[in-house]
Design a binder for this molecule. Structure first.
Ligand code: CLF
Ligand code: SF4
Length: 485
């Protein structure tokens, strides 16, 4: 049976769009999800993460990050990595970044900070391992700390050299470090890492994994002792470490990790990786969510990671790196200006407050027990608002909704349906398959043809321009029958 369309129209009129750079496509504004990593935190901790789009789910609706690709070498081999591409710990295989010198990188950061004032974090994540290239990495951080003091510095590493650099990271005022930890059992590790380079020797097998594991734990402990926030990334490899990840989760929690980001293995033969060539598959969205849910009782989980490339620029869901290729940014004059950036950030804070106030009204007075949960797929350009045309969506944010809350649980990438005036049937089939487990699509606008096809597939359409959680909860209240208690 075709579900009836539901239309929710009024936008949140009292919320003005935040001022953004003219090149911004994000709208620079948004709201938080109720499972945000800021829940239950002290004010001090909240302040440390509130503008970091990876450490705070709420922040990723508002603030952008950028990476500079200054670190080409690596000191280990992961079976999901092909050195032709960027470090697969923090990027998807198939894209290669242009290498920069620290001076070029600093110039790029000042250019982007002027064009995208909501860019608050500079990360170094490859294309190899940043701490296998310590001079280039640390020199880049030094230059940026000096020239752009309001930008947070962030680094992602495999952890092998981390214990040797925690003091220098602390001296540079770096407050966010990611370690990729895929195992705490070297027998499992030997199936992921064929070798490491350690003390000028190549070491293989279980012994290599044991050294890597010990160095990762030592580095994690040193970060805790230095009061530097640590996020742990784990690549989920079905049949190899999927059942082992809860153990990893316990070990990192015991050593003070702030956030755990379990990411899916991305693997295909054309990537030329060991796993790709041997047919090792990645997890399905359902398998990934099950492991994330399993670990979420222990600590905060990151579910909004986009596995971005080593020269990524923009909000996490968008890729603006092509606007800032080397030939382009070297021709641009830096427009970094602390005062105008502060003005933009103040605007974002006001906008967030307005959205928070709108969300408070959604909470039921008393928690409703055992209400059924449904998934909805949201088309959004950012800002925590349903504000994107269905045909333009290149990903859908997935929210789990019940009678109490709407909770962000992940995102699914798709090909956009609309190709400048005509719709792509293959894309629509793929979109329908990708969101088949969702009860509804929330979008600002949708054409008659895709609307009919989605309805045929049993998916409701909600056309609205409003706060995501508000639209999702209203949809739920109007469409999901609660069993009498
Ligand atoms: Fe970059 Fe990583 Fe810092 Fe973020 S990314 S170094 S913590 S600023 Fe973020 Fe990208 Fe996921 Fe990394 S979405 S891949 S978690
Ligand atoms: Fe590749 Fe990164 Fe692993 Fe090094 S740490 S082998 S660059 S995925």
């Amino acid at each position: 049976m075709t579900p009836p369309p539901v239309t929710l129209t009024p936008p949140v009129k009292e919320i003005a769009p935040t001022k953004t750079a003219e090149t911004s496509s994000s709208g620079g504004c948004g709201c938080s999800s109720t499972n945000d990593a800021t829940d239950g935190l002290t004010d001090e901790m909240r302040a440390r993460i509130e503008k970091h789009p990876c450490y705070s789910e709420e922040a990723h609706h508002h603030y952008a990050r950028m990476h500079v690709a200054v670190a080409p070498a690596c000191n280990i081999q992961c079976n999901y990595c092909n050195r032709k591409y960027d470090c697969a710990n923090e990027s998807r295989p198939g894209v290669v970044s242009e290498l920069l010198t620290p001076e070029e990188a600093a110039h790029k950061v000042l250019v982007v900070a002027g064009k995208i004032p909501q860019m608050t974090v500079l990360g170094i994540a490859g294309p190899g391992d940043p701490l296998a290239n310590p001079e280039k990495t640390l020199r880049t951080f030094e230059l940026i700390a000096e020239k752009a003091p309001d930008i947070k510095l962030c680094v992602s590493t495999n952890g092998l050299m981390l214990p040797d650099y925690v003091d220098r990271l602390k001296n540079l005022n770096i407050d966010h470090v990611t370690i990729t930890i895929n195992m705490v059992d070297p027998e499992v590790g030997a199936k992921i890492y064929p070798w490491i380079r350690w003390q000028r020797k190549r070491i293989k097998g279980v012994e290599a994994a044991r050294i890597l594991h010990e160095r990762q734990m030592e580095g994690l402990q040193a970060l805790q002792d230095a009061d530097i926030l640590c996020k742990v990334n784990s690549v989920m490899v079905p049949g190899i470490n999927d059942g082992h990840l809860p153990e990893v989760n316990k070990a990192i929690r015991a050593r003070g990790a702030f956030l755990h980001n379990i990411m899916p293995l991305i693997s295909a033969p054309e990537h030329g990786t060991y796993f790709g060539l041997t047919g090792q598959r990645g997890p399905t969205p359902k398998e990934l969510k099950a492991v994330q849910d399993d670990c979420s009782g222990n600590m905060k989980m990151m579910r909004h990671c986009r596995q971005c490339r080593a020269d990524a620029v923009g909000l996490l869901g968008e890729d603006r790196s092509q606007e800032f290729t080397k030939d382009k940014f070297m021709e641009m004059a830096p427009e970094y200006d602390l005062d105008s950036r502060k003005e933009v950030h103040d605007g974002i804070s006001k906008f967030k407050d307005a959205i928070k106030a709108a969300k408070v009204k959604l909470k039921p007075g008393q928690k409703i027990a055992n209400s059924p949960k449904v998934l909805v797929a949201v088309a959004t350009k950012g800002g925590g608002i349903v504000n994107q045309h269905f045909g333009h969506a290149r990903e859908f944010m997935i929210y789990e909704v019940d009678a109490n809350e709407a909770k962000f649980v992940g995102h699914r990438k798709v090909e956009n349906y609309c190709h400048g005036g005509y719709g792509e049937e293959d894309s629509l089939d793929y979109i329908i398959k990708t969101i088949a487990d969702c009860k509804a699509v929330l979008t600002s606008k949708i054409g008659e043809c895709p609307k009919a096809e989605l309805q045929k597939a049993g998916i409701h359409i909600v056309e609205a321009y409003d706060v995501i959680e508000k639209v999702a909860r209203e949809y739920y209240d109007q469409n999901v029958q609660l069993q009498p208690a």
